[in-house]
Design a protein around this ligand. Sequence first.
Ligand code: KG4
Ligand code: ZN
Length: 361
Amino acid sequence: MIRVLGIETSCDETAASVVSLRDDGLPDILSNVVLSQIEEHAAFGGIVPEIAARAHVEALDGLVEAALADAGLSLGEVDAVAATAGPGLVGGLIVGLMTAKAIARAAGKPLLAVNHLEGHALTPRLTDRIAFPYLLLLVSGGHTQIVLVRGVGDYQRWATTIDDALGEAFDKTAKLLALPHPGGPSVERAAEAGDPARFAFPAPMKGAERPDFSFSGLKTAVRQAASAIAPLSDQDVADICASFQAAVTASLSDRVGRALARFRAEHPEVADPALVVAGGVAANLRIREALQALCATNGFTFIAPPHRLCGDNAAMIAWAGIERLRAGIAEDGMAAMPRSRWPLDSVSEPVVGHGRRGAKA
Ligand code: KG4
Ligand code: ZN
């Protein structure tokens, strides 16, 4: 039995959780508390790093206490403390990692410095216990990547965005249309009443040879369409949102479809291949439906962890800590420094401009 306290503070959610690996080998989320800072940032139409860091300072101690109380455990009863050390906004990372170091030192427990992206990447093993290797589509406010997950600590990035992250494209579209922050849910809600065929926005990179994503051209097309018909009625806004989502979905399907074919070609030994979607944008129903259909056509199992485990949370950080302990590759985190940039796959060449503009770039 291993129990790990996880701490996550890399963006605008403060989170703490206790996860255990039971003696029968099954994981158990004993507690999972998340405090979103959406209201603190709403007036600014985006995440303000200084405000985020201060809010983490104020909330974190209470959340750690709540996570332990919900789990019915004292600090002495956990085996290790795991904290996100990057990538993310450095102010928040400092708060989470330093708090975790203090707790670990005071309680005499080992500290695990976890890569936030590894937390997302290993979540389907917590929720669905799937086996390596599998494909991960990570779509959040700071990341848009397709990653081959080969094992704990063993990742190969197959595609990334060459400009904006997908969540960022949703957020910018919302801002342009004066819809409330965060943009993803606003755009999705507005799109429900819209006509996805009214505007023929380009599906970025569709058919392109290189495997990557790009969303800044789509953003420009949306801006031009909106200014051409301004002032916008509610119906105009709904139609733009629906057309935007249609373009995004077509682009994702094309890009992910290529990755599925590559996985098939490179891993013929995997009888039941799986695609996992993670990150905040994975909450989008249209996107989920499109990916589900794509997987069905290509004989892949589609896995979308429940929403509370798709967006940022600390259960995934605690779980990544457990996976590392179990794999015997946990390093002493006491010497770890917060890292605003920390690619999962240190081998693949960085792509020009990728992720730089995201909150978590
Ligand atoms: O994973 P997450 O909670 O935090 C980051 O790591 O960035 O993702 C937040 C992003 C935001 O850009 C938000 O607008 C987007 O996910 N998002 C959505 C939806 N819900 C959240 N995008 C599209 N549709 C949604 N329903
Ligand atoms: Zn995230």
